[in-house]
Write a new protein. Structure first.
Length: 213
């Protein structure tokens, strides 16, 4: 399957529009009463759901590009990843600002005491680092380390569904579905993950030997 530059540009426009639709839906949803009298928890979950969905879509880009033999499809991966970070940041912002009203002492306490919030913050930091270093300039600066850094997306793909499962007070089916989807996408990359893990173990062993010397 061949994708021209025009096809890729058109696809990017469609993805931008599709990713923006859940945000454009919110004013209408509030105006017609689709949210309850206490909408903040629902809004937090809504934005978190979309962050996770878009994250899974990001992980689908490489398999689709290989299956369809459409290498240029990889060019949309950064775009989708940026939308994932945008929704994750809005999810965090609503929790910080509207739920906890920027009470930083309480925020710090919640992050330390509640395991699911700890996982969520760790995942957001990973997404932040990947977003900041997603440009070609950072790719040139980091060289081989760039790919090693961006492999941390797989950790986020594991932690975020667990964060979701842990956070919900009722209804575990949807979090489990997301977790299974994430695990299946990671399983598709099992050979790459094995090589990455072996390189980490090898590097750690070399450091340990040097420290003994």
């Amino acid at each position: 399957m061949k994708l021209s530059s025009k096809n890729v540009t058109a696809l990017k426009v469609c993805l931008h529009l599709a990713a923006a639709l859940p945000l454009l839906w919110l004013p209408w949803a509030f105006s017609v009463g689709r949210f309850s009298a206490d909408p903040i928890p629902e809004l937090i979950q809504y934005l978190g759901d979309w962050a996770l969905r878009i994250l899974l879509l990001t992980l689908c880009v490489s398999p689709l590009a290989k299956m369809l033999k459409a290498g240029p499809l990889i060019k949309v991966r950064r775009l989708v990843g940026l939308w994932c970070f945008a929704y994750a940041s809005l999810h965090l912002l609503v929790w910080l600002w509207l739920d906890l009203q920027l009470a930083w002492g309480l925020i710090g306490s919640e992050i330390i005491k509640r395991g699911f919030i700890t996982l969520g913050m760790a995942s957001w930091i990973v997404l932040l680092l990947l977003t900041v270093t997603s440009t070609q300039g950072w790719q040139r600066r980091l060289g081989r380390r760039w790919q090693q850094l961006h492999n941390w997306i797989y950790l986020a793909a594991l932690l975020i569904p667990i964060h979701y499962w842990w956070a919900v007070k009722s209804g575990w089916i949807q979090p489990v579905i997301y977790l299974l989807l994430s695990l299946s996408l990671l399983w598709w990359r099992r050979d790459k993950l094995k090589r990455w893990w072996r390189s980490k173990v090898k590097a750690h062993s070399k450091k340990a030997l040097r420290s003994k010397d």
